[in-house]
Design a protein around this ligand. Structure first.
Ligand code: URA
Length: 242
């Protein structure tokens, strides 16, 4: 990236390198390379400690989970491709910057994923949002699509897929399958979640190695009821108190 001098008659330009994604690709050899975590700072751990605590009030759960969601959405946007874009500033100078290559949309996996929509809207004004409802089929025990609604041009967009908890990965895998059926290439989907279990990351990453997964924290694993351990319990219950 480079700046033209504020004096329009000057040809001096200042070049800086484009910002890099701040999160880290996981170094864990047992996990797929498409997994990225937020920087594991003490601040982030403090936020997670609050939302994991069963004594935390609903108000605090909302506030602090929203803070993490905002960080995750910002990080997701860091992974979108940009193209060179030259603009002129009010000083009459040319600025050689960048602009996003394509349009985006969010797709929330109902119902918990809806909690992440506001965080996306805060950073992407008037972003289009689709929804998808996947539940376990009682007969086959497999994840089944019950409802979906997407922007009509979704095939041309980058998709930020939103679901706060990645447990077994079944719903997310089904959601990506549905998005691909609607014409979205797997590499144009970025899956964002707050907490992931290694089992889910492995399942998802093996099935869709070109879809990036951005997670805030990778936990120990799943219990016999497929809850993430240590986790935070049922995200929907914590958030909506039902
Ligand atoms: N969904 C949740 O809300 N919590 C879990 O631990 C796993 C899936």
């Amino acid at each position: 990236m480079s700046f033209a001098s504020p004096n329009p008659s000057s040809t001096t330009t200042i070049t800086i390198s484009a910002p890099q994604a701040t999160c880290a690709q996981t170094k864990d050899k047992n996990l797929p390379p498409n997994v990225f975590t937020l920087p594991q700072t003490a601040q982030l751990e403090a936020l997670y400690t609050i939302i994991r605590d069963k004594e935390t009030s609903r108000g605090d759960f909302l506030f602090y989970s929203d803070r993490i969601i905002r960080l995750l959405v910002e990080e997701g946007l860091n992974h979108l491709p940009v193209l060179p874009r030259v603009i002129e500033t009010p000083t009459g100078s040319k600025y050689e910057g960048v602009g996003f290559e394509g349009k985006i949309c969010g797709v929330s996996i109902l119902r918990a994923g809806e909690a992440m929509e506001a965080g996306l809207r805060e950073v992407c004004r008037s972003v289009r949002i689709g929804k998808i409802l996947i539940q376990r089929d009682e007969e086959t025990t497999q994840p089944k699509l019950f409802y979906s609604k997407f922007p009509s041009d979704i095939a041309k967009r980058y998709v930020l897929l939103l679901d706060p908890m990645l447990a077994t990965g079944g719903s997310a895998i089904k959601a990506v399958e549905v998005l691909i059926e609607h014409g979205v290439p797997a590499e144009r989907i970025i899956f964002i979640n707050l907490i992931a279990a290694p089992e889910g990351l492995l399942n998802f990453g093996t099935r869709y190695p070109t879809t990036k997964v951005i997670t805030g924290w990778i936990d120990q694993g799943l219990n016999e009821k497929a809850y993430i351990i240590p986790g935070l319990g049922d995200f929907g219950e914590r958030r909506y108190c039902v």
